[in-house]
Design a protein around this ligand. Sequence first.
Ligand SMILES: *Cc1c(COP(=O)(O)O)cnc(C)c1O
Length: 466
Amino acid sequence: MKTIIEPFRIKSVEPFRLTTRSQREAALRDAHHNLFLLRAEDVMIDLLTDSGTGAMSARQWAALMTGDESYAGCSSFYELEQVVRDLTGYRHVFPVHQGRAAERILFTLLVDRTKAVPNNSHFDTTRANIEYLGGSAHDFPVPQARDLGRPAPFKGDMDLDALRAFLDAATPGSVPLGMMTITNNRMGGQPVSLQNLRAVAAEYHGRGIPFFLDAARFAENAWLVRQREAGQQHRPLRDIVREVFELADGCLISAKKDGLVNIGGILALDDDALAERARELLILTEGFPTYGGLAGRDLAALAQGLREVLDENYLAYREASARYLADALDRLGVPTVRPCGLHAVYIDARAMLPHIPPSELPGQALCCELYRVGGIRAVEIGTLMFGRTDPRTGAAVPAEADLVRLCLPRRVYTQSHVDWVVEAFAEVMAGRERLRGLRITHEPRFLRAFTARLAPLACGTPEPAS
Ligand SMILES: *Cc1c(COP(=O)(O)O)cnc(C)c1O
């Protein structure tokens, strides 16, 4: 048999409301054409993010009942600690309420105004936590990552020459840690090769710089290493995962992704002195070290999630679902970022809607239309999210690309849900010349994509001067 099927059946269902186009048009107006402002109950297929949106297994739900809620020394902590030690090899394991709490603790210990942190690409919160402390965050993605349609296998890799040049030029002591994000979320969830990770580790360690992984999607990365990297095909996944973690000195994990839970995170590391200081900060802002801002039941569900995520049938299904969607969009002529990773499919909205200039937010126009047509919520990763105003000239600077991301929550939607999404794209493609852009009518000072208000530009109306 060749068909890759969901390696699970459904025990508990969560109905959603089927809405009409006119209901959706009203909801979109009420949300000021910003899908973050929609009520989730007005969304049918929610592809906004894969973070904390997955379905737990029956065993995870059972673990919620048996979780130990003791304030100190709960058995659920020791269970989680053992699972994380077995996966990573790191001795010190700290639970935190989500990934960014781990970032804040680690960076508070290492980063200040004189410090710089290199990474293949910093995730938004990682960068923000470094910059909040006055440090600078530097991204060195490989050049092929910017070539959206080019099917290179490891577009998440670090540009080694750029990293070396950066480290050569850095003043001694100014780089307190070096990072790698697996998979590379900012670069479309593209994987990082083992070969690249080894070279980066050697580069950091050769200069005495501690190496930390931002490892939210460590299982998906290991799966793609085994699928795509020469010589890895016959290796047990657990071995690949272990080698990856052993190359580094510690990791930050948002458990809302490959932890298969709705909330949670982990900071794990080897250095005793650093761990001692992390423990102090953890108690200050998260909680006692054996619960770290989570309930005992959350720790138990996370331990079980980490046991399940390396199941090869699960990862094969996850890859097949992303590829199924990407291939169907390809057949419709929708330009997607290639190759697709595991957690999302990205659409090049600028290429799909060439008549809408970046200043009129083609990605957001596509998101709004997908919602109108199919009640689908996607997210714009483009000029609405990353465009800015030049402080000197006052001119609007568009983002490098205008992408739309369709994230796939883990174990949540079935193939007919994906068929619905594909049918919505067919309808959008058929009428795409008629789509118009948007303008921003209310712009907050920070992170505008989350709360900005927008209005559609009417046919043939010139853009009003702002
Ligand atoms: C989600 C994510 C984070 C932040 O984690 P939260 O749990 O959302 O706080 C950090 N890095 C990467 C790569 C992520 O995907």
